[in-house]
Design a protein. Structure first.
Length: 108
């Protein structure tokens, strides 16, 4: 198990799920009670998992999905106003995830 995957399971296992099966990496946003809004730590983890999937020769495509009735309602603004991680650091993470998605092979 890679360090990133182990860290994903330890740090955010309830909020972001990662699985690889049959050459397909599935990243699942798992906060259905909040419509899968993304916190600062989730953004960082999402970026690391996208890079991990891109570097894994076994992964041929990535599915990014969400649990429940919404894929993702955007950034968690409740966290933003409480000072728990959304701010300049998460803006960098947002840019990083955006670039990861844009520069990844077209299978994402």
């Amino acid at each position: 198990m890679s360090e990133t995957l182990a860290q994903a399971r330890a740090d955010q296992s309830a909020e972001v799920l990662y699985d690889v099966a049959g050459g397909v990496a599935t990243i699942t946003l798992n906060r259905p009670e909040r419509l899968n809004t993304i916190s600062g730590p989730m953004l960082s983890l999402l970026s690391r998992l996208l890079l991990q999937a891109d570097a894994d020769p076994e992964v041929r495509c990535v599915i990014l999905t969400g649990t429940g009735r919404a894929f993702c309602a955007g950034l968690d603004l409740v966290s933003a106003t409480s000072g728990s991680g959304i701010g300049s650091e998460s803006q960098v993470s947002t840019i990083s995830v955006d670039l990861d998605l844009k520069t990844a092979p077209p299978t994402v």
